[in-house]
Design a protein around this ligand. Structure first.
Ligand SMILES: [Fe+2]
Length: 231
């Protein structure tokens, strides 16, 4: 559970500039879950074991996908800076052309037969995770005239129980689309928004191979990462 009291650091459920929140935000008072429900220890995640290529989205098909190979890595920590180890981190994203492998994505950009756009891994003892992937493209959406999403990677984290799942998005530094994106701006606090922007990291960058971006995730507290779903 994350701290909802740090004013302005989390997006409201209803943000009219982000049109679909108008339809999905609760219009009735919320119903309290029975006591103890949030303590259920299972299910944590799917029973399928994590495979060798689950954290490398460039090696899941016969050939490499098109686009700019990148490394995305960081730590999952709590408000005290302690590592959150052995937690499932999942990502999903569009391809380099800005197209999702999804039945509802009809953006006129090519699919890539060598890119699914989904990955998962577990954090290690230091709370660290690492993915190899392709830098996603910007894509249009129909929220408002000429609406384009800044390039982003969706993240999901599972805590100690199913109810503690958290969902957020990671962005890339200096994206020119930031000022126009209502999803980014649904987070009132500017410093909290910046926590969704990964940092280019030369130490993470591998020579002759891939640029590295660091994205640390803070689960709660004053420096909490903004999340889409809150419990
Ligand atoms: Fe997206």
């Amino acid at each position: 559970m994350i701290d909802r009291d740090v004013k302005g650091t989390q997006p409201p459920l209803l943000y009219p500039g982000y049109k679909s929140t108008v339809r999905r935000a609760p219009s009735q008072p919320l119903i309290r879950l029975p006591d103890g429900f949030g303590d259920l220890a299972a299910p944590l995640f799917g029973y399928l074991p994590i495979g060798d290529t689950d954290n490398d989205l460039t090696r899941q098909h016969a050939s490499e996908p098109q686009g700019e190979r990148i490394i995305v890595s960081g730590r999952v920590i709590d408000e005290e800076g302690r590592a959150v180890s052995n937690t499932l981190v999942e990502i999903w994203q569009c391809n380099a052309a800005g197209r999702y492998l999804h039945v509802r994505d009809d953006h006129p950009a090519p699919l890539d037969p060598n890119f699914t756009g989904a990955g998962r891994t577990m954090t290690d003892a230091e709370g660290r995770y690492r993915f190899v992937t392709i830098k996603p493209g910007a894509y249009p959406w129909r929220n408002h005239p000429n609406a384009w999403r800044p390039a982003h990677i969706h993240f999901s984290l599972f805590g100690s129980s199913f109810q503690s799942r958290l969902v957020t998005q990671m962005y890339f530094p200096n994206d020119p689309l930031f000022p126009y994106d209502p999803i980014f701006h649904s987070i009132p606090d500017a410093r909290a928004r910046e926590r969704l922007v990964s940092q280019f990291d030369l130490a993470l960058t591998e020579p002759e191979w891939a640029l590295g971006y660091r994205f640390d995730i803070v689960l709660r507290g004053r420096d909490s990462t903004p999340f889409e779903q809150r419990t």
